[in-house]
Design a protein around this ligand. Structure first.
Ligand code: DP6
Length: 361
């Protein structure tokens, strides 16, 4: 599909007011998105597990105003409290999606949002938050175009979510979602995420992810700054090529349930992401001493027990501990006994692979 196909024909229906609620999950990338071009086009394809517990619930109330507004008219609240701080990001989002949702200036919006995870946990809420908002907006458009096919609805929701935050494109539908054009993946696109279209071994259907909250502080590097560091980066070409190669390798790993292959690839992706940050100018070290302690503990435990526990990282100090469900009892014991002590206030969140966003109302 092309960008033009997301521009609607003039609406023939009109809706005066309404309210809709969506719950959207967070996701954890296995092959990382790090680097982008203009208009939120990724520099390389990425793939993620959709999470189940870490999610944002957003209610969007809308009412038509008399004559279109000059500017976007909206209020935002987080957990029932007005959040002026969120407004600039949402305004930018509205500006970016306006060409594709021309009704935006005809309404006043109330956006009420809440996260299942603590706001300052260091867990990025942009993927779940932007995808939930994109879905609510698509629900309005579906009221204006009732014959809209479900597939188009999801695709456009992902397309819009991407314009809010790249990783949000992977938080609409499916357990394993790929975003970004890749020669080996049929139907893949830079414009939106797709459910991974090939065979996936059942071991990956309910994979577990425990998020260890190592550092709950404000992000040291915003994702915008971080992605920018990949322009003029000495290793960017090799990195982007590597992401393509890793996606190709994942095909047989997913199909055959090759856990050793999975572990090697996923941990290398996480460390490469951080290596990119350490070798850019300016450079950053986003891991904390406890991040390294945890990684070493995971490696020692895996070696000693022959379990399949491994880690991945976001652009921060928190660690995602990944393991198959049939090792849950053992690994959860290991986390409580040996890893919780490295977390801020002993905090961690047990999560697992989910199926995607849900309409609540
Ligand atoms: C390290 O999606 O937060 O989590 O498009 O600027 O909003 P923006 O970036 P964002 O970047 C996520 C980067 C990452 C890796 C990933 O999720 O693939």
């Amino acid at each position: 599909m092309t960008v033009k196909e997301f521009i609607p024909s003039p609406y023939t229906k009109s809706v005066a007011s309404g309210k809709t609620t969506y719950k959207s999950p967070s996701n954890i990338a296995l092959v990382k998105y790090w680097g982008k071009k203009e208009n939120q086009i990724p520099a390389n394809p990425s793939i993620s597990f959709t999470l189940n517990e870490c999610a944002t619930v957003t209610t969007l109330s809308y009412r038509k105003v008399d004559g279109p507004n000059d500017a976007f008219s909206f209020e935002v609240s987080l957990d029932g409290k007005k959040e002026e701080g969120f407004k600039p990001k949402i305004k930018t989002f509205f500006e970016r999606v306006y060409p594709y949702l021309p009704f935006l200036k005809e309404y006043h919006f109330e956006i009420e949002t809440s996260n299942s995870f603590p706001h300052s946990s260091g867990i990025a809420s942009s993927a779940s938050g932007m995808s939930a908002l994109a879905l609510c907006l698509m629900e309005i458009e579906r009221n204006l175009i009732p014959a809209m096919p479900a597939e188009f609805f999801n695709r456009k929701a992902s397309f819009l979510a991407r314009l809010g935050s790249g990783s949000a494109a992977r938080s609409i539908k499916g357990s394993l979602v790929q975003w970004g054009e890749h020669a080996g993946t049929e139907g893949s696109s830079d414009l939106y995420g797709i459910e991974y279209p090939y065979k996936v071994h059942s071991v990956f259907n309910d994979y577990c992810d425990t998020i260890l909250l190592v550092d709950k502080g404000q992000k040291q590097v915003s994702s915008t700054v971080g992605h920018d560091l990949m322009h003029d980066h000495p290793f960017s070409k090799q990195r982007f090529d590597q992401a393509h190669a890793n996606l190709s390798k994942l095909r047989s790993i997913f199909e055959g349930g090759d856990l050793d292959g999975f572990i090697g690839l996923v941990e290398s992706e996480a460390l490469t992401l951080h290596a990119m940050m350490m070798t850019s100018r300016p450079y950053f070290i986003l891991m904390k001493p406890n991040t390294l302690e945890i990684i070493n503990r995971i490696w020692a435990y895996r070696e000693a027990t022959k379990t399949h526990v491994c880690f991945t990282l976001d652009a921060g100090a928190n660690v995602h501990v990944l393991y198959p469900k049939n090792e849950k009892v053992l690994v959860e014991g290991f986390i409580a006994d040996e890893l919780a002590g490295y977390c801020q206030n002993g905090q961690f969140i047990h999560d697992h692979v989910g199926r995607g966003a849900q309409k609540i109302n």
